[in-house]
Design a binder for this molecule. Structure first.
Ligand code: NDP
Ligand code: 8X3
Length: 250
């Protein structure tokens, strides 16, 4: 029987690439996002794969619960949940940030992720099978100027993922935090609020990770033998690495 994957944020970037990757392998898909036309276009593209679309905002707790409850029987037993919907907004220093941006990141990257997880998890535990894959980030481990609240939300995702594992011990439910570095998707266009020129500069002169690279990581992680749990997978482009500590001298 075909397995079912639910991917939040499948209208762009990683989510869209994952949808294509899993559909090509014969999985049934539940794809979500706010942009309905993109969901429908992706569903049409993925035919004859079995695809169910759900358009809702992950910041809306009732909508998240209702969306999971509304799944038709053929899609209701989720084998893999990918909590991918998320965003960064702004790169200003903390003291100059827009509090609305911070709230949107917290509501999406933290609260939305917990709403969906809480709705899907009981079914996985009941079936004693399943895999929750969260999209964290290198920003959740390594601080950088302007990362402030975005990095904080991804640090939550990192620790929440590990704590889920602690609670799920004794079940066969797996949890993985995927932690990508720089990847060219719509991520930077969203971060710079539609300023495509600034977004393009982020990736100038480097070969960033591609959405297909991350889709491959998720596919590999979720198709390992059932006794193996990848706790976290940190993935960077070769052209991205670390700096020494910054020091401000008098
Ligand atoms: P994109 O901007 O390309 O895609 C983001 C997806 O999230 C879209 O499908 C969007 O759908 C969805 N989304 C955003 N907000 C909401 C919301 N409130 N409700 C429902 N869906 C929402 O970004 P990426 O593919 O790059 O990012 C995917 C994940 O990976 C994010 O969690 C991001 O933080 C993380 N990440 C990205 C990195 C990168 O460099 N690109 C690196 C590390 C992590 P729609 O707008 O239709 O609702
Ligand atoms: C996004 C990765 O390095 O652009 O999560 O902050 S980075």
């Amino acid at each position: 029987m075909a397995k079912t994957i639910l991917i939040t944020g499948a209208t762009a970037g990683f989510g869209q690439a994952m949808a294509r990757r899993f559909a090509a392998e014969g999985w049934n898909l539940v794809i979500t996002g706010r942009r309905v036309q993109r969901l429908e276009a992706l569903k049409a593209e993925l035919a004859p794969a079995e695809v169910h679309t759900l358009d809702f905002d992950v910041r809306d707790r009732a909508a998240c619960e209702q969306a999971v409850k509304s799944l038709p029987a053929a899609f209701a037993n989720i084998d893999v949940l990918v909590n991918n919907a998320g965003l960064a907004l702004g790169l200003e220093p903390a003291q100059a940030c827009d509090l609305d941006d911070w709230e949107a990141m917290i509501d999406t990257n933290i609260k939305g992720l917990t709403y969906i997880t809480r709705a899907v998890l009981p079914g996985m535990v009941e079936r004693n099978a399943g895999h929750v894959v969260n999209l964290g980030s290198v920003a959740g481990t390594y601080p950088y100027p302007g990362g402030n609240c975005y990095g904080g939300t991804k640090a939550f995702v990192n620790h929440f993922s590990k704590n889920l594992r602690a609670d799920l011990l004794g079940t066969r439910v797996r949890v993985t935090n995927i932690e990508p570095g720089m990847c060219e998707t719509e991520f930077s266009v969203v971060r710079f609020k539609g300023d495509k020129a600034s977004a393009d500069k982020v990736y100038e002169g480097i070969s960033p990770i591609t959405p297909e690279d991350i889709a491959e990581c998720v596919f590999w992680t979720t198709n390992l033998p059932a006794h193996v749990n990848i706790n976290a997978l940190e993935v960077m482009p070769v052209q991205q690495a670390f700096s020494p500590f910054a020091v401000s001298r008098d």
